[in-house]
Design a protein around this ligand. Structure first.
Ligand code: MSP
Length: 588
């Protein structure tokens, strides 16, 4: 049997039945060394790693997703983190800023070592296979990442070694004895106060779980390297006190401040090689392997070209650090809001500007997870409903604060009511041949003497860009879509109220009909423009139909009356196949 066929048979069914084929696997070594799409690889003269040395004038907007564990194939919750980051990257590009986005896979640690052993595979085979699956997903979902990082890449090992050396040189790492509860699933140590004893009802055996995550823990006692996390309690507190919006949503910010109140204990940052072989060796001590979270968190620096040695001034300006926003699920907040900034402070590097913690997708009100077996396959979902429908559903229903329960019926409902029933309907109305046989853009009505029927809609159109901007500044896509669809609903109901199908019958109503059509078309244009970061493909098709040029799709055009420029009269509105045709659920 060919090696790759053998490999696929051992993976979960959804990997086997997905888009993977033998031909999609280049040799593993090729994959590891050179498959990232693009990344910044500085070279030139050496300079200090101090954050202040980085020129921030032309710094691109830099947003990250967590890097995904390769012990299981992606589910819809993983896709959520990626769509969220992609939406903000696209939004900032729309506003005219250069933006970079990183994503990738977290490939080291006991969890992966054990998953590979269970599948009877070499660790790197598992990593290559599942990492490719994540990348395929992100490509299929139109995630416009600029760097796909894998922690098994050599460029990452360089960054990890550097951060270790910096922490060691500054006296923040020491060798110590550690006793405590370790959860392989969470890859985290827990103090006894965070652990609960349980009894297996079938066997009567006792076991222990971490209260926070419900994951099993085991008692470990070992020699390892420790990071002086305790030395950063005050600095972290000061950072959060002075930057009350550093962590979104506010409730999470307060939660982290609460964790700091009790003081922090030092953190184990290595595991003995006798327990963990699959990882980056501790520089200068091969008998220890780097703690997987220290390894993984450093990926955010790796993609910027850290340690920024041999780098030219112009490259310094575009390296991106510090990140403008780091998107994480609420389950990994402690690692990103406590450990990560502490490592950065210890290395004298700037901390991220914002950490955006989103809530979870549940299925049957339980967090999706491989072990519970309640995961939704994102490939199937996108095949069934279309990529942009799923992107829209995730951004419309998946919030920062409350968990959302995934349901195919709800996806279909949003499609039917909002996308087809509201946006699609407004588009059909604006491009109706019966009402507008010339297919020209109607004349823009004057802002003075607004017809009483149009006043409420006009007010909504004027306010919309500001509302969306505010929602996006607070990383609330749900608020942005709500404002957009609120305006569309008003536009539709005003259209119905104005009865253009009656106006068209009497030529003396020509001017009023033009105005009614203009408002419908302008509302469609504005809504579509603002939905671009969430639904990049569908919106491009709609804007093409409205004959909006590519250079008229940026933020400055997302204003009432900033559409078809001076040559509006020469534009041609197109009607084509319905933008949101009826869909049938697979199982119905
Ligand atoms: N490898 C770590 C992250 C290291 S970052 C330096 C990890 N990986 S993960 O694969 O378990 O999770 C990756 C992301 O997916 C996290 O943000 C996590 O919150 C998110 N999700 C995993 N399950 C989820 C849901 N059910 N719903 C929404 N997002 C969830 O943690």
């Amino acid at each position: 049997m060919a090696a790759s066929t053998f490999l696929l048979r051992r993976l979960p069914l959804c990997v086997q039945t997905g888009k993977l084929s033998r031909s999609s696997y280049p040799a593993f070594t090729t994959l590891r060394q050179g498959w990232s799409r693009s990344h910044i690889r500085p070279s030139a003269s050496l300079y200090s790693t101090k954050a202040v040395d980085l020129d921030q004038t032309n710094k691109p907007y830099y947003i990250t997703t967590p890097i995904f564990y390769v012990n299981a194939v992606p589910h819809i919750g993983h896709l959520h983190s990626a769509v969220l980051a992609d939406t903000f990257k696209r939004f900032h590009e729309m506003k005219g800023r250069k933006a970079i986005m990183s994503t990738g896979t977290d490939e080291h640690g006991l969890k992966i070592q054990q998953a590979a052993a269970q599948a009877g595979m070499k660790e790197i085979e598992l990593c290559d296979t599942v990492s490719k699956r994540f990348q395929d997903l992100f490509d299929a979902a139109n995630i416009s990442y600029t760097t796909y990082i894998r922690t098994t890449e050599s460029r990452h090992a360089v960054a990890v070694k550097e951060i270790w050396d910096q922490l060691l040189a500054r006296g923040y790492i020491y060798k110590g004895h550690h006793e405590g509860w370790y959860s392989v699933s969470d890859e985290a140590f827990y103090p006894s106060t965070h652990v609960e004893e349980k009894i297996n009802e079938k066997t009567g055996e006792k076991y222990h779980i971490a209260i926070e995550t419900g994951k099993e823990v085991e008692w470990t006692t070992e020699e390892n390297y420790k990071f002086k996390l305790s030395a950063f309690t005050d600095k972290l507190t000061e950072w959060l006190d002075n930057n009350p919006e550093a962590i979104l949503p506010k409730s999470r910010h307060l939660e982290v401040q609460g964790w700091l109140k009790g003081g922090l204990s030092d953190l184990s940052v290595s595991r003995p090689r006798s327990r963990l072989t699959w990882g980056i060796p501790i520089p200068g001590d091969d008998s220890h392997v780097m703690y997987v979270w220290m390894d993984a968190l450093t990926n955010y620096l790796t993609v910027t070209g850290y340690p920024w040695k041999n780098i030219s001034d112009s490259q310094k300006a575009v390296c991106g650090w510090p990140a403008d926003a780091q998107v994480v699920g609420k389950d990994i907040l402690r690692f990103h809001a406590v450990y990560w900034p502490a490592f950065l402070m210890a290395a004298d590097l700037a901390v991220p500007k914002k950490i955006v913690a989103h809530a979870h997708w549940t299925q049957g009100k339980m967090k999706m997870s491989k072990s519970i077996g309640n995961v939704v396959d994102p490939f199937t979902a996108m095949q069934e409903f279309g990529t942009d429908t799923i992107r829209f559903y995730l951004m419309n229903d998946g919030g920062l604060v409350d968990d959302a329960d995934y349901s195919s019926e709800l996806v279909a409902g949003r499609y039917k009511k909002l996308l087809a029933g509201q946006l699609g309907n407004l588009l059909n109305r604006s491009t109706s041949v019966a009402l507008n046989p010339s297919a020209k853009v109607p004349k823009q009505p004057s802002a003075d003497n607004v017809h009483p029927d149009d006043k409420a809609l006009r007010k909504k159109l004027e306010a919309l860009p500001g509302l969306v901007d505010e929602a996006m500044a607070n990383y609330r896509t749900t608020h942005a879509t709500q404002a957009i669809f609120d305006m569309i609903a008003e536009a539709n109901s005003n259209f119905t109220h104005c009865e253009p199908w009656k106006l068209v019958k009497d030529p003396s109503n020509h001017n009023r009909l033009q105005t009614v059509l203009w408002y419908a078309m302008e509302s469609t244009r504005l809504a579509t423009l603002l939905l671009q970061p969430i639904m990049p493909t569908k919106t491009a098709e709609i804007l093409d139909q409205l004959d909006i040029r590519k250079d008229e799709r940026s933020w400055e055009h997302a204003r009432l009356g900033q559409g078809w420029g001076k040559d509006a009269e020469s534009r041609k509105i197109h009607t084509g196949t319905p933008m949101f045709p009826q869909i049938k659920l697979n199982n119905k």
